[in-house]
Each structure stands twice: as structure tokens, then as C-alpha cells.
Design a protein around this ligand. Sequence first.
Ligand code: ATP
Ligand code: IP8
Length: 266
Amino acid sequence: MIIVKLGGSVFSDKKGSPENFRENVVRSIAREIGEFYPDEEFIIVHGGGSFGHHKAEKYGIRKGLIGLSSELLFFRKKGFSLTHHAMLRASMKIVEAFIGEGLPAVSVSSSSIFLMDSNRVVYGDVEPVRKLIETGFIPVLFGDVAVDLAKGVDILSGDQIITYLTKLFKPRKVIFLMDVDGIYDGKPDEGTLLFEISVDEIDGLIKRLKSLSTPDEGDVTGGIVNKLMEAKEIARFSEVWFVNGKVPGRLSGAIRGDGFGTRIRG
Ligand code: ATP
Ligand code: IP8
């Protein structure tokens, strides 16, 4: 099994207009997956991109529901519904592109199967996902809003969903598709591309990137730093790759194992 994170930066321009969508890029990714499916099982998890992050930010979903005036409570609950709805639209477009390329992709709403507690997933009803795979489908999950037992509501990132799924399903590979060539030792336009990072080096890299970076604009789930924190956990169970999802051939390279990008050594 391979889990592919279809980054929001790949299927959309996160700094562009709300709900912009790169259909050609998603179709090309679906075709590459089609070269390996059905011999290989896949789970797709996509991020928020220009669909989820705008609304999550506007309605302050990460701040939760505790101690709010009735007016603010209504505002935030409305935002929860609207953010989820925007993610359903993103998922519909992605699934349609996959079906258009002949792949039996099926959308699974993350907010319907996961519960969080203080920002982390504490429960996931993933049996239907397992059965979908066993029956030959390609489940498509996504970063979403979620009920949080401590805060009321929160945003659940696609990256954290992957950590949870990896521990249960033990995929042989997890491949993160982004709009840059892999992980850099600084900002992508200034730093050097790292072809291989050992798990033990991730904390040092995170520290360095935190010291360089301004908070990720347009990303409510912590951008590259959070992604690396999840990757550190994921790498205990699976091979991890970061490749450019906008460049044809990079995903298949990572699937074959001779790809151009960053590989995390477990
Ligand atoms: P989403 O969370 O919407 O799914 P995504 O998974 O595509 O998005 P981001 O969280 O946006 O990923 O993180 C990828 C972005 O991180 C890239 O667009 C890149 O510009 C930025 N970035 C910042 N620093 C680095 C770095 N050192 N190495 C790689 N990318 C970096
Ligand atoms: O883009 C965030 O998921 P991510 C989902 O994988 C929302 O971090 C709703 C913003």
C-alpha cells in the first residue's frame, strides 16, 4: 500500500483566489497512479489548499467553541459547516478528475470518522476505509474540520490523518506531493534541496526552519514545520518521500524508488 498526500499547494494556488483548482495537474497525478494501480493499493489524502485554509482562518475554527458568546458561537459553528462544505467541493473535484482517468476513487469525509482531543486525533473509524481498499477502491480522505473533545472543534490536517493511517495500515511508502522539489535546508528559493534526511536530523531542521520563517500565510495547520513533525512520526513505520507533484514523473519516480526529491531515512 502507498499513501499519497496530494498537497493543497499542488492542486491549487494557496495564495490565489478562493477555490482555484488545477485540474490538469490532478489528472496527470491520477494517470501516474494509474500506471501502478491495481497492482498497488493506494489511499489518497488531500489538503485544504485554496478551499479549506481561507475559511478555517476567517472563522477561527482552530480557536474552538469554549467560552464564546452566543453570537460568536453561532459564527464559528457556521464557519465549521462552511469549511467542511468547501472541503467537500475540493474532494469532489479531485475524485472527478480521478474517475475521469479511469480510477475508482471514493471520497471519505474525515470529519465523519475522526475525533480529536486537544489538537490530536484520538479516534478514527477506519474499518470502512480498510474495506474500500480490500474491495479494490481508492479511498480519498482530506484535511477537514473535526469535533475536538477538549476544544469543541478544530482543524484536522491531512498530514496528521496520514500519521494515524500509517500506524494502522503500515503502508510501504508515504509520498507527500508539494509544489516544490522536496525539503530544503532553508526557504525553498534560498536553501539547498536535501535529497536524504535521517529521522534524527528532523528536529534540528525544524529548529532551523522555525528560526528562519515567518508564520505560513494561508495555512492554518502549520505549513512545512508541521509536515516535518508528522513525517518524523510516519518514518518510524514507512518509507517517506517529498516530491514535486506539479512535475510529471516525480510521483512515479518516488513510487518506483528512484525518484527526484527528498527521502526520509528511518
Ligand atoms: P496543504 O496543507 O494545503 O495540503 P501542502 O501539503 O501542499 O498544503 P504546505 O503546508 O503548503 O503543503 O507546505 C508546502 C510549502 O512549504 C511549499 O509551498 C513551500 O514553499 C513551503 N516551504 C517553506 N519552507 C520549506 C522548506 N524548507 N522545504 C520545502 N518547502 C518549504
Ligand atoms: O491542508 C487542512 O488540511 P491540510 C484542512 O492538510 C483545512 O493541513 C480544512 C484547512
